[in-house]
Design a protein around this ligand. Structure first.
Ligand SMILES: C[S@@+](CC[C@H](N)C(=O)[O-])C[C@H]1O[C@@H](n2cnc3c(N)ncnc32)[C@H](O)[C@@H]1O
Length: 294
């Protein structure tokens, strides 16, 4: 992993990344608008609990918390659906999707549902998120969270293998999010275990799975609709390279730059969303927005 990062980032940046990954992580909370909770309401609750916090600079519903997460949990704010723990880097992926009232959106690898639930809460009471996942247990967590967040009326869960679902469904959706299984190399500050568990062979397998799932997800996009490919990895082979390989196989799609949807500081020269742990003090994440020809 160290050799890989040195190759892609250079020695100096690779060291900064490793120092970041070893530092104490901070967490973000998302005020649950779906339940009518505003960020100001959440600030009031955090002040009562004496939890130090800062408003997110990038997302209106988010607050950063460095310490005191236990107090938030013990006060029941997560259980009651007042707020959710969600990194801003994941929230910004939802900004790249840009859910609009009335849309039908498929979340292809949805569980445990962080992005599904945030997307549903951004539909303002009109539209539907179809949440597909192959894992029954994780999908159950999504269903429970959707209920406590009071957005369950705008979510339909589908337990299925995306590849089989896409082959047997002719319905075309406005937007399709594929938040693909990935190495998780963007979230090492919170998932310390991954640094010991990831092998190069896993990456090869993951890349094949990401290609297969991208092909399947693309079948669900209506003409003129949008496909969003995202990961919580910072590895170009799981990100830009997968998109390039997809575009070669699917000339009916082209890049729709994300610059009008997220702050320009997060947008690469080619129009992809990319959060950088060192530069943005967030988890690493990636998203490409691709539009299907009419
Ligand atoms: C990165 S996680 C998704 C995280 C989720 N989007 C969120 O924001 O909470 C990837 C998910 O893909 C699911 N998955 C893997 N292979 C799949 C397949 N063939 N069809 C459907 N889901 C699949 C896994 O069960 C896992 O829940």
């Amino acid at each position: 992993m160290v050799r890989r990062w040195t190759k892609y980032l250079g020695q100096e940046e690779a060291i900064k990344l490793m120092v970041w990954n070893n530092s104490q992580p901070s967490f973000s909370l998302r005020a649950n608008n779906g339940k009518g909770v505003t960020r100001a309401d959440l600030v009031t609750q955090l002040n009562l609990l004496k939890v130090p916090h800062e408003l997110s600079l990038h997302l209106d519903d988010f607050i950063r918390v460095k310490t005191g997460l236990q107090n938030v949990i013990q006060a029941g704010l997560l259980k009651e659906g007042v707020c959710a723990v969600q990194d801003e880097s994941a929230g910004l992926v939802v900004s790249v999707v840009d859910p609009q009232p009335g849309e039908s959106i498929v979340d292809c690898c949805a569980a445990p549902g962080g992005k599904t639930i945030y997307m549903a809460s951004r539909l303002n009471g009109q539209g539907m998120v179809y949440a597909i996942d192959i894992n029954k247990g994780r999908l159950r967590i999504l269903t429970e969270t959707a209920k406590s967040n009071q957005v369950n009326s705008f979510i339909t869960t589908i337990e299925a293998d995306l590849c089989l679902f896409a082959d047997s469904n002719e319905v075309n959706y406005d937007k399709v999010l594929l938040d693909a299984p990935c190495s998780g190399l963007g979230v090492l500050s919170k998932r310390a275990d991954l640094r010991w568990n990831r092998r190069l062979e896993d990456l090869e397998q993951l890349k094949n799975l990401q290609d297969e799932l991208l092909d399947a997800a693309s079948l669900l996009v209506k003409p003129g609709g949008i496909l969003i490919y995202s990961t919580c990895s910072i590895d170009p082979e799981e990100n830009e390279e997968r998109v390039d390989a997809f575009l070669l196989r699917h000339p009916e799609f082209c890049i729709d730059p994300a610059d009008r949807l997220v702050p320009s500081d997060f947008v690469t020269k080619r129009g992809f969303y990319s959060s950088d742990p060192v530069k943005h003090s967030l988890d690493g994440a990636f998203a490409a927005r691709l539009v299907r020809a009419l």
